[in-house]
Design a protein around this ligand. Structure first.
Ligand SMILES: Nc1ncnc2c1ncn2[C@@H]1O[C@H](COP(=O)(O)OP(=O)(O)OP(=O)(O)O)[C@@H](O)[C@H]1O
Ligand SMILES: Nc1ncnc2c1ncn2[C@@H]1O[C@H](COP(=O)(O)OP(=O)(O)OP(=O)(O)O)[C@@H](O)[C@H]1O
Ligand SMILES: [Mg+2]
Ligand SMILES: [Mg+2]
Lengths: 226, 226
């Protein structure tokens, strides 16, 4: 499903090139549940943005579903994201003057889903993350963990085959984290979706079947979770 | 140092009053190290914003250092914050077109600290949180955990006697979290600063000497940490 070969990513800074990803190669099959871990600043979000077709690598190749995507245009990447990818951002990225419900409906608007069906599915997704009582609140009327859960609901509502989640439980208490991880487990085991999540917590990584560790822009280990 | 009596906080929503804090009373002495825990949405950040003089309660009284502060004007609250309070926000709240260094200098600008001393202290604070190599990056050139550490550095650089930290390690790996908690412990034990931090993780709360649990806008328990 996903195949990266020698992916690098650098940023220009003061006339130099700051190397963030230094040659990442990996394969992820359909239906896997992968956790990515590593120190703060090691390149996890940068890798997730490339995997999620939100950003392009500086060099290397990315085969997604048999299609080379590292050199596609912004429009072509957007089209792939709308059809195949759900993404929970580390910083949530919710639209501000927009209710939780409307935020969750957004991917379905792009997929041309009719309004009645959109509303029903958005409400179901929000109920699954415990936000039935907060549907009409805007992000600035929600707690940090509630905003995070709106971002999670939005990423799973379109039945995208691949879900990327960048630290989805960082603002949640233990009980709510377990509910969210059970949701991801269900999406993976019952609905066969591929889940790739970044986390700093071993308790969260434990739900995955494989753990990839990134240090300083390189893969340090890649192991089955036993 | 801090005394809350029957603090409530409500928000108007659709003509009704949504009650968030339902009568909070507590006392915190000079030099304490307190952790506040509770479910997502229970009112922790709302309570922290009132304690940190960023917001006013709907009713109840707040005695800070013997002064009644619940009815002060915005300017008077700002003046208290500048002199007495360092605050790490759950959402970081960094200035965007501004380097990490300038962000950390900001509280010292308000305190009229001369430029040379400001720069030196800001660099020291950033080095303490492991960001010496990222001083001139702007927030959108920093990882989530790096932004969080800039917010932490900014909150401690002005030697404020009271430090409020709203989930300061949510985006940090275990090793970096330990370094941050050691920093807070040092501020508390060596420099005698009062530390009040919100966390969802028991491992982090363990560093505090007292744990207050909030559920549904009320204090459920308030215990010495043994
Ligand atoms: N402006 C507002 N209008 C209406 N409700 C609000 C507003 N701001 C916050 N709330 C509600 O207040 C409640 C408490 O929010 P708060 O941010 O204090 O929670 P919290 O305990 O910090 O949660 P978390 O652990 O998720 O950060 C939430 O249910 C939230 O929806
Ligand atoms: N636009 C940019 N310009 C320069 N450097 C950048 C830029 N964006 C990110 N970086 C750097 O890239 C590195 C990796 O960032 P990334 O966000 O991928 O880290 P991360 O592993 O997700 O960290 P965290 O666990 O803190 O979220 C960081 O050191 C960061 O400073
Ligand atoms: Mg990140
Ligand atoms: Mg909060």
């Amino acid at each position: 499903l996903i195949e990266l070969k020698n992916i690098t990513k650098s940023y220009p800074l003061d006339g130099l090139q700051l190397k963030i990803l230094k040659g990442i190669s990996l394969k992820i099959d359909d239906g896997e549940f992968v956790a990515i871990m590593g120190p703060s600043g090691s390149g996890k979000s940068t890798l997730m943005n490339i995997l999620g077709c939100l950003d392009k690598p500086s060099s290397g190749t990315y085969l997604l579903d048999g299609q080379r995507v590292e050199n596609l245009s912004a429009d072509e990447l957007a089209e792939i994201r709308n059809r195949k990818i759900g993404f929970v951002f580390q910083g949530f990225n919710l639209l501000s003057r927009t209710t939780a419900l409307e935020n969750v409906e957004l991917p379905m608007v792009y997929a041309n889903i009719p309004a009645e069906k959109r509303e029903r599915r958005a409400k179901e997704a929000l109920a699954k993350v415990g936000l039935k009582e907060r549907m009409y609140h805007q992000p600035n009327q929600l707690s940090g963990g509630q905003q995070q859960r709106v971002a999670i609901a939005r990423a799973v509502v379109n039945e995208a085959p691949i879900v990327f989640a960048d630290e989805p439980t960082g603002n949640l208490d233990t009980k709510m984290s377990i509910e969210i991880m059970n949701l991801f487990t269900k999406l993976n085991e019952e609905l066969k979706r591929t889940i790739i999540l970044v986390t700093h917590e071993d308790d969260i990584a434990r739900y995955a079947k494989r753990i990839i560790r990134i240090v300083d822009g390189e893969i340090h280990s890649d192991e089955r979770n036993v």
